[in-house]
Design a protein around this ligand. Structure first.
Ligand code: 3AM
Length: 411
């Protein structure tokens, strides 16, 4: 793969492939968004810049790649269009439709809450976008105000569909900390982190958005994260007196803490409050779209000689760590442990000094852990030989090794 980004000389604009990249429009939770112009057509675009190593190393590449591929096929009037994906050695660039009407919520900040008829028009567009992406197997999982943009005609455009896996979500004190700091828009079952259905979780977030549009404030809010979690999980919604009875009933059906009984999109489309002035979306299906760019961006350019690898295991994190420690002694490696990270260092010096390896155990799902191993010093070939011996020591806890997946990616 080439290096499409060229650094600018003084006064000249940076180029990424055929795009002239201009000023930074904003900084989202996991990426910078920059203004760009396609030098072939003059079209104005927005470019989202992501750290490629972070993406390839930390998240489920296959899932992200699949969702991004699907997003390229999606052309919907209420979804920010993804035109092209490019990559350099260190960055992934997502070339997006430029949406120039600002964020929907700025309207509320500037002129206060919306009337029901106006809120309903935006909600129709939001549900159309979400329903369409769900029908293609893409879930948002992180719907919140900053993902709702307006174009110059006032139409709603949802951004970041299929990108939720990029958003850093860390756990401290057993609590999920979402990228925006507070999880006001996140469904209770997502907070409980017990595995959830992306469709029902997106419907919940749409309900919070509708509430905020019409109320001008959040249904569940507390500066203390623990108390906020409780409020969300209890889902005791109290609607302001100016909501009509139809709106109140509708909101309560959406903000049902039980995802199994929560209203579905099919049922939303049949709701009396929702149906007022509803026009089903009309748009063209996309023509032939090439996915070669997505393939190229997500494949590992280091080819056969990789400095990092991973496997998944169904054992507990503690069992995995103990197993790693036990395996290291006979292989001549010292171990230093800190939380779920370990540093392994070879006793003997190799071709490029001592081989050192960093490992980290991540919880992918409650009964599934991913273990990453990264060479931090020494020779890459020695790392491969180490890993061969190491993985045969660990074979009874390895569920799936990365090589199975990477063969598929680089075929
Ligand atoms: O930093 P602010 O909140 O002003 O609206 C988005 C946000 O702006 C904007 O980039 C910032 C970080 O997400 N943004 C995101 N996607 C965009 C797009 N496709 C966009 N602006 C225009 N077109």
């Amino acid at each position: 793969m080439g290096e499409p980004a060229t650094a600018s000389a003084a006064g000249r604009k940076t180029r990424v492939g055929p795009y002239e990249v201009g000023k930074t429009i904003g900084e989202g939770s996991f990426a910078k968004v920059k203004h760009a112009r396609d030098s072939r057509t003059g079209a104005v675009r927005a470019i989202k810049v992501l750290d490629r190593n972070h993406v390839l190393r930390h998240k489920m590449v296959e899932q992200i790649k699949r969702e991004i591929s699907t997003m390229k096929l999606i052309k919907h009037p209420n979804v920010v269009q993804l035109h092209e994906v490019m990559a350099s050695r260190t960055k992934i660039y997502m070339v997006l439709e430029f949406v120039d009407g600002g964020e929907l919520f700025d309207k509320i900040v500037n002129s206060g809450r919306l009337g029901e008829d106006e809120a309903r028009i935006y909600f129709h567009q939001l549900i159309n976008a979400v329903d369409y992406c769900h029908s293609r197997g893409v879930y948002h999982r992180d719907l919140k105000p900053e993902n709702l943009l307006l174009d110059s005609h006032g139409a709603l455009k949802v951004s970041d569909f299929g990108l939720s896996a990029f958003a850093p979500q860390t756990k401290e004190d057993g609590l999920l900390h979402t990228a925006c700091g507070t999880p006001n828009y996140v469904a209770p079952e997502v907070l409980a982190d017990k595995g959830y259905d992306g469709m029902a979780a997106d419907v919940w977030s749409c309900g919070i958005i509708l509430f905020v549009l019409m109320a001008g404030y959040l249904p569940f809010d507390d500066a203390n994260l623990m108390r906020l979690y409780k409020l969300i999980c209890q889902a005791n919604v109290s609607c302001p007196p100016w909501f009509s009875s139809g709106a109140k009933k509708f909101i309560k059906r959406i903000l049902d803490p039980n995802p199994d009984t929560r209203i579905t999109i099919a049922e939303i489309l049949e709701d009396e409050w929702f149906k007022k002035d509803y026009k089903p979306p009309c748009f063209e299906q996309g023509e032939d779209v090439s996915l070669d760019d997505v393939d190229a961006a997500f494949n590992d350019s280091e080819g056969m000689v990789k400095r990092e690898t991973s496997f998944t295991s169904q054992c507990t994190a503690q069992e995995i760590m103990t197993k790693i420690e036990d395996a290291c002694g006979p292989l001549g490696f010292n171990v230093r442990k800190q939380n779920y990270k370990m540093k392994l260092k070879g006793d003997k010096s190799g071709r490029k000094g001592h081989l050192s390896v960093a490992t980290e155990v991540f919880e992918v799902a409650p009964s599934l852990h991913m273990v990453e191993l990264r060479k931090t010093g020494g020779d890459t070939l020695e790392f491969h030989n180490f890993y061969k011996n190491f993985s045969s020591e660990l074979k009874d806890i390895v569920w799936k090794a990365e090589s199975d997946a990477s063969k598929k990616q680089t075929k």
